[in-house]
Design a protein around this ligand. Structure first.
Ligand SMILES: [Zn+2]
Length: 331
Protein backbone atom coordinates (compact mmCIF):
# COMPACT_ATOMS: atom_id res chain seq x y z
CA UNK A 1 0.00 0.00 0.00
CA UNK A 2 1.17 3.50 -0.73
CA UNK A 3 1.94 5.17 2.55
CA UNK A 4 1.64 8.85 3.28
CA UNK A 5 4.66 8.68 5.56
CA UNK A 6 7.84 9.95 3.92
CA UNK A 7 11.34 8.55 4.13
CA UNK A 8 12.73 8.61 7.63
CA UNK A 9 15.34 11.35 8.01
CA UNK A 10 18.89 10.22 8.00
CA UNK A 11 21.23 11.76 10.51
CA UNK A 12 23.86 14.42 9.90
CA UNK A 13 26.72 12.17 8.95
CA UNK A 14 24.39 10.46 6.49
CA UNK A 15 24.49 7.06 8.06
CA UNK A 16 21.65 4.96 6.76
CA UNK A 17 19.58 3.43 9.49
CA UNK A 18 18.83 0.05 8.03
CA UNK A 19 16.70 -0.97 10.97
CA UNK A 20 14.07 1.54 9.85
CA UNK A 21 13.17 -0.89 7.07
CA UNK A 22 13.14 -4.52 8.01
CA UNK A 23 10.13 -6.36 6.68
CA UNK A 24 10.27 -10.11 7.16
CA UNK A 25 11.44 -10.98 3.70
CA UNK A 26 11.71 -14.55 2.57
CA UNK A 27 14.39 -14.71 -0.09
CA UNK A 28 14.34 -18.46 -0.59
CA UNK A 29 12.26 -18.44 -3.76
CA UNK A 30 13.78 -16.47 -6.63
CA UNK A 31 10.36 -16.13 -8.25
CA UNK A 32 8.39 -13.53 -6.32
CA UNK A 33 5.33 -14.05 -8.46
CA UNK A 34 4.28 -14.93 -11.99
CA UNK A 35 1.03 -13.43 -13.18
CA UNK A 36 -0.36 -14.72 -16.46
CA UNK A 37 -3.20 -12.81 -18.03
CA UNK A 38 -6.16 -14.23 -19.91
CA UNK A 39 -5.05 -12.68 -23.19
CA UNK A 40 -1.74 -12.34 -25.03
CA UNK A 41 0.32 -9.25 -24.35
CA UNK A 42 3.77 -8.01 -23.37
CA UNK A 43 5.95 -9.83 -20.89
CA UNK A 44 7.13 -7.50 -18.14
CA UNK A 45 9.92 -8.85 -15.96
CA UNK A 46 10.67 -6.93 -12.77
CA UNK A 47 14.02 -7.80 -11.26
CA UNK A 48 14.75 -6.68 -7.69
CA UNK A 49 17.71 -7.04 -5.37
CA UNK A 50 20.48 -7.55 -7.91
CA UNK A 51 22.27 -5.56 -5.20
CA UNK A 52 21.83 -7.17 -1.79
CA UNK A 53 21.37 -3.90 0.09
CA UNK A 54 18.39 -3.00 -2.10
CA UNK A 55 15.44 -5.18 -1.00
CA UNK A 56 12.65 -2.59 -1.33
CA UNK A 57 11.75 -3.61 -4.89
CA UNK A 58 10.95 -7.16 -3.75
CA UNK A 59 8.13 -6.03 -1.46
CA UNK A 60 6.89 -3.66 -4.16
CA UNK A 61 6.63 -6.49 -6.70
CA UNK A 62 4.85 -8.69 -4.16
CA UNK A 63 2.37 -5.90 -3.46
CA UNK A 64 1.56 -5.36 -7.15
CA UNK A 65 1.20 -9.08 -7.85
CA UNK A 66 -1.22 -9.45 -4.92
CA UNK A 67 -3.09 -6.39 -6.09
CA UNK A 68 -3.51 -7.71 -9.64
CA UNK A 69 -4.16 -11.34 -8.74
CA UNK A 70 -7.94 -10.79 -8.82
CA UNK A 71 -7.70 -8.92 -12.14
CA UNK A 72 -6.15 -11.71 -14.21
CA UNK A 73 -9.16 -11.65 -16.50
CA UNK A 74 -8.38 -8.08 -17.49
CA UNK A 75 -4.63 -8.66 -17.70
CA UNK A 76 -2.88 -9.07 -21.04
CA UNK A 77 0.47 -10.82 -21.11
CA UNK A 78 2.68 -11.78 -18.23
CA UNK A 79 4.19 -10.10 -15.20
CA UNK A 80 7.10 -11.98 -13.69
CA UNK A 81 8.83 -10.78 -10.51
CA UNK A 82 12.31 -12.09 -9.76
CA UNK A 83 14.92 -11.76 -7.04
CA UNK A 84 18.52 -11.08 -8.10
CA UNK A 85 21.24 -11.68 -5.53
CA UNK A 86 19.75 -13.90 -2.81
CA UNK A 87 22.98 -14.52 -0.92
CA UNK A 88 23.87 -10.83 -0.73
CA UNK A 89 20.29 -9.95 0.30
CA UNK A 90 20.54 -12.40 3.20
CA UNK A 91 23.68 -10.57 4.31
CA UNK A 92 22.25 -7.11 3.51
CA UNK A 93 25.37 -6.32 1.47
CA UNK A 94 25.62 -4.82 -2.02
CA UNK A 95 27.52 -7.92 -3.12
CA UNK A 96 29.52 -10.86 -1.75
CA UNK A 97 32.40 -11.29 -4.21
CA UNK A 98 31.74 -8.98 -7.16
CA UNK A 99 29.09 -6.53 -8.31
CA UNK A 100 26.29 -8.60 -9.90
CA UNK A 101 25.27 -5.65 -12.04
CA UNK A 102 28.70 -5.28 -13.69
CA UNK A 103 29.10 -8.79 -15.16
CA UNK A 104 26.37 -8.81 -17.82
CA UNK A 105 28.74 -8.94 -20.78
CA UNK A 106 27.64 -11.38 -23.49
CA UNK A 107 30.89 -13.35 -23.21
CA UNK A 108 30.85 -13.56 -19.42
CA UNK A 109 27.22 -14.65 -19.40
CA UNK A 110 28.04 -17.25 -22.02
CA UNK A 111 30.83 -18.57 -19.80
CA UNK A 112 28.50 -18.61 -16.79
CA UNK A 113 25.96 -20.66 -18.76
CA UNK A 114 28.62 -23.16 -19.86
CA UNK A 115 30.27 -23.59 -16.45
CA UNK A 116 28.80 -26.07 -13.93
CA UNK A 117 27.53 -24.18 -10.91
CA UNK A 118 29.98 -25.92 -8.56
CA UNK A 119 32.86 -24.53 -10.61
CA UNK A 120 31.70 -20.93 -10.64
CA UNK A 121 34.07 -18.93 -8.47
CA UNK A 122 31.92 -16.10 -7.17
CA UNK A 123 28.57 -15.97 -5.40
CA UNK A 124 27.34 -13.48 -7.99
CA UNK A 125 28.13 -15.77 -10.92
CA UNK A 126 26.20 -18.58 -9.24
CA UNK A 127 23.28 -16.23 -8.63
CA UNK A 128 23.42 -15.02 -12.23
CA UNK A 129 23.42 -18.59 -13.54
CA UNK A 130 20.24 -19.40 -11.62
CA UNK A 131 18.62 -16.17 -12.78
CA UNK A 132 19.53 -16.82 -16.42
CA UNK A 133 17.90 -20.25 -16.23
CA UNK A 134 14.62 -18.42 -15.65
CA UNK A 135 14.98 -15.44 -17.99
CA UNK A 136 16.92 -16.94 -20.93
CA UNK A 137 13.89 -18.74 -22.40
CA UNK A 138 12.07 -15.39 -22.44
CA UNK A 139 14.85 -12.98 -23.32
CA UNK A 140 16.47 -15.17 -25.98
CA UNK A 141 13.25 -16.41 -27.56
CA UNK A 142 13.41 -15.08 -31.11
CA UNK A 143 9.87 -16.25 -31.91
CA UNK A 144 8.47 -13.91 -29.29
CA UNK A 145 5.75 -11.88 -30.94
CA UNK A 146 5.01 -9.62 -28.01
CA UNK A 147 7.44 -7.12 -26.49
CA UNK A 148 9.58 -8.15 -23.55
CA UNK A 149 10.34 -5.43 -21.04
CA UNK A 150 12.76 -5.88 -18.16
CA UNK A 151 12.79 -3.35 -15.36
CA UNK A 152 15.73 -3.65 -13.01
CA UNK A 153 14.78 -2.13 -9.65
CA UNK A 154 17.42 -0.36 -7.59
CA UNK A 155 17.76 2.01 -4.68
CA UNK A 156 20.65 4.30 -3.72
CA UNK A 157 22.51 5.55 -0.65
CA UNK A 158 21.67 9.25 -1.03
CA UNK A 159 18.52 10.83 0.32
CA UNK A 160 15.50 11.32 -1.97
CA UNK A 161 14.93 11.49 -5.71
CA UNK A 162 13.89 8.81 -8.16
CA UNK A 163 14.73 8.28 -11.79
CA UNK A 164 15.01 5.83 -14.64
CA UNK A 165 18.25 4.98 -16.43
CA UNK A 166 17.53 4.23 -20.07
CA UNK A 167 19.01 4.16 -23.52
CA UNK A 168 17.79 6.67 -26.09
CA UNK A 169 15.91 4.01 -28.09
CA UNK A 170 12.62 5.46 -29.22
CA UNK A 171 10.43 2.66 -27.89
CA UNK A 172 12.01 3.08 -24.45
CA UNK A 173 11.38 6.81 -24.42
CA UNK A 174 7.83 6.42 -25.63
CA UNK A 175 7.05 3.90 -22.91
CA UNK A 176 8.91 5.59 -20.08
CA UNK A 177 7.67 9.10 -20.80
CA UNK A 178 4.27 7.88 -19.57
CA UNK A 179 5.67 7.27 -16.10
CA UNK A 180 6.62 10.93 -15.62
CA UNK A 181 9.83 9.93 -13.90
CA UNK A 182 13.11 11.69 -14.82
CA UNK A 183 14.94 9.83 -17.58
CA UNK A 184 18.73 9.64 -17.43
CA UNK A 185 20.47 9.01 -20.74
CA UNK A 186 24.07 8.15 -21.50
CA UNK A 187 24.94 6.39 -18.23
CA UNK A 188 25.71 3.28 -20.28
CA UNK A 189 28.83 5.15 -21.44
CA UNK A 190 30.02 5.13 -17.85
CA UNK A 191 28.61 1.85 -16.51
CA UNK A 192 29.60 -1.36 -18.25
CA UNK A 193 28.27 -4.87 -17.79
CA UNK A 194 24.85 -3.81 -16.50
CA UNK A 195 21.73 -5.96 -16.84
CA UNK A 196 19.85 -3.18 -18.59
CA UNK A 197 22.46 -2.83 -21.31
CA UNK A 198 22.55 -6.58 -21.89
CA UNK A 199 18.75 -6.81 -22.15
CA UNK A 200 18.76 -3.90 -24.58
CA UNK A 201 21.43 -5.67 -26.66
CA UNK A 202 19.23 -8.76 -26.95
CA UNK A 203 16.67 -6.63 -28.77
CA UNK A 204 14.29 -6.29 -25.83
CA UNK A 205 13.45 -3.26 -23.73
CA UNK A 206 15.54 -2.88 -20.60
CA UNK A 207 15.92 -0.08 -18.12
CA UNK A 208 16.89 0.52 -14.51
CA UNK A 209 14.51 2.18 -12.09
CA UNK A 210 16.21 3.88 -9.14
CA UNK A 211 13.36 4.30 -6.71
CA UNK A 212 14.75 5.95 -3.55
CA UNK A 213 17.01 5.50 -0.58
CA UNK A 214 18.12 2.02 0.45
CA UNK A 215 15.80 0.35 2.99
CA UNK A 216 13.27 3.20 2.91
CA UNK A 217 9.51 2.81 2.73
CA UNK A 218 9.51 5.64 0.23
CA UNK A 219 11.69 3.57 -2.14
CA UNK A 220 9.23 0.69 -1.82
CA UNK A 221 6.20 2.90 -2.51
CA UNK A 222 7.89 4.56 -5.48
CA UNK A 223 8.68 1.13 -6.87
CA UNK A 224 5.07 -0.07 -6.40
CA UNK A 225 3.65 3.00 -8.12
CA UNK A 226 6.26 2.82 -10.87
CA UNK A 227 5.57 -0.85 -11.62
CA UNK A 228 1.81 -0.33 -11.74
CA UNK A 229 2.18 2.68 -14.06
CA UNK A 230 4.59 0.67 -16.22
CA UNK A 231 2.11 -2.22 -16.57
CA UNK A 232 -0.55 0.27 -17.67
CA UNK A 233 1.84 2.09 -20.03
CA UNK A 234 2.92 -1.24 -21.57
CA UNK A 235 -0.70 -2.18 -22.23
CA UNK A 236 -0.86 -5.12 -19.82
CA UNK A 237 -3.83 -3.67 -18.02
CA UNK A 238 -6.02 -0.63 -18.50
CA UNK A 239 -6.02 2.09 -15.88
CA UNK A 240 -9.81 1.82 -15.68
CA UNK A 241 -9.57 -1.80 -14.46
CA UNK A 242 -7.74 -0.63 -11.33
CA UNK A 243 -10.11 1.25 -9.01
CA UNK A 244 -7.41 3.27 -7.24
CA UNK A 245 -5.00 3.69 -10.15
CA UNK A 246 -5.02 7.49 -9.92
CA UNK A 247 -3.82 7.25 -6.33
CA UNK A 248 -0.65 5.51 -7.53
CA UNK A 249 -0.27 7.75 -10.56
CA UNK A 250 -0.73 10.96 -8.59
CA UNK A 251 1.61 9.74 -5.90
CA UNK A 252 4.34 9.12 -8.46
CA UNK A 253 3.77 12.47 -10.19
CA UNK A 254 4.01 14.23 -6.85
CA UNK A 255 7.38 12.62 -6.12
CA UNK A 256 8.84 13.90 -9.35
CA UNK A 257 7.12 17.23 -9.98
CA UNK A 258 10.17 19.36 -9.11
CA UNK A 259 12.68 17.14 -10.93
CA UNK A 260 13.93 17.61 -14.51
CA UNK A 261 12.27 15.36 -17.15
CA UNK A 262 15.28 14.31 -19.18
CA UNK A 263 18.95 14.56 -18.31
CA UNK A 264 22.14 13.49 -20.01
CA UNK A 265 25.19 11.97 -18.36
CA UNK A 266 28.19 14.31 -18.26
CA UNK A 267 30.70 13.03 -15.76
CA UNK A 268 31.41 10.26 -13.27
CA UNK A 269 33.84 10.27 -10.38
CA UNK A 270 35.64 6.91 -10.40
CA UNK A 271 36.75 5.52 -7.05
CA UNK A 272 39.92 3.44 -7.11
CA UNK A 273 41.07 1.03 -4.40
CA UNK A 274 42.48 2.78 -1.33
CA UNK A 275 41.21 6.20 -2.38
CA UNK A 276 39.32 6.53 0.91
CA UNK A 277 36.59 8.36 -0.94
CA UNK A 278 34.16 10.25 1.25
CA UNK A 279 31.25 12.25 -0.08
CA UNK A 280 30.62 15.49 1.81
CA UNK A 281 27.32 15.18 3.71
CA UNK A 282 24.02 16.58 2.55
CA UNK A 283 24.00 16.02 -1.20
CA UNK A 284 20.74 14.78 -2.67
CA UNK A 285 19.92 13.55 -6.15
CA UNK A 286 19.36 16.43 -8.60
CA UNK A 287 21.01 19.03 -6.35
CA UNK A 288 22.52 21.73 -8.59
CA UNK A 289 26.31 21.84 -8.47
CA UNK A 290 28.77 24.29 -10.00
CA UNK A 291 32.14 23.61 -11.53
CA UNK A 292 34.75 23.93 -8.79
CA UNK A 293 32.32 23.14 -5.97
CA UNK A 294 33.77 21.00 -3.18
CA UNK A 295 31.87 17.70 -3.32
CA UNK A 296 33.98 15.02 -1.68
CA UNK A 297 37.39 14.10 -0.29
CA UNK A 298 39.84 11.31 -0.79
CA UNK A 299 43.34 10.59 0.54
CA UNK A 300 44.76 13.14 -1.91
CA UNK A 301 42.50 15.95 -0.76
CA UNK A 302 39.44 17.80 -1.99
CA UNK A 303 37.42 16.57 -4.95
CA UNK A 304 35.85 19.44 -6.86
CA UNK A 305 33.04 19.32 -9.41
CA UNK A 306 34.54 19.22 -12.90
CA UNK A 307 31.34 20.40 -14.56
CA UNK A 308 28.20 22.44 -13.87
CA UNK A 309 25.05 20.33 -13.63
CA UNK A 310 22.94 18.22 -11.29
CA UNK A 311 24.52 15.69 -8.98
CA UNK A 312 23.25 12.12 -9.17
CA UNK A 313 23.82 9.09 -6.94
CA UNK A 314 26.31 10.65 -4.49
CA UNK A 315 27.80 7.64 -2.70
CA UNK A 316 27.15 7.37 1.03
CA UNK A 317 28.05 3.71 1.50
CA UNK A 318 31.26 1.70 1.67
CA UNK A 319 30.78 -0.60 -1.32
CA UNK A 320 30.72 0.78 -4.86
CA UNK A 321 33.13 2.32 -7.33
CA UNK A 322 31.10 5.27 -8.55
CA UNK A 323 31.53 8.29 -6.29
CA UNK A 324 28.94 10.49 -7.94
CA UNK A 325 27.60 11.41 -11.36
CA UNK A 326 27.01 14.86 -12.85
CA UNK A 327 24.20 15.20 -15.38
CA UNK A 328 22.69 18.11 -17.32
CA UNK A 329 19.16 18.80 -18.50
CA UNK A 330 18.56 17.66 -22.07
CA UNK A 331 15.87 17.48 -24.73
ZN1 LIG B 1 21.65 -1.01 -7.23
Amino acid sequence: MIRTKTTKKINDNVEIKEETYSPEIDYSDRIIGDLNGAEAGPTVIALAGIHGNEPTGIEAIRHIIEKLESKKGAFKGRFLGLIGNIEALQQRKRFIDEDMNRIWFTSILDKIRRTPISELKTAERRETKKLLEIIDPIILNEDQEQPVILVDLHSFSAESGLFVISTRDEENIELLAQLRVPLIFGIEKALHGTALKYIQNTGNIGFAFETGQHFSENAEDNASAGILCLLVAAGCISASSIEDFTRYYDYLSKQTQTLPHKVEFLYKHIIEPEDNFEMRPGFKNFDKVEKGQWLANDRHGKILAQRDGFILMPLYQQQGEDGFFIVEESE
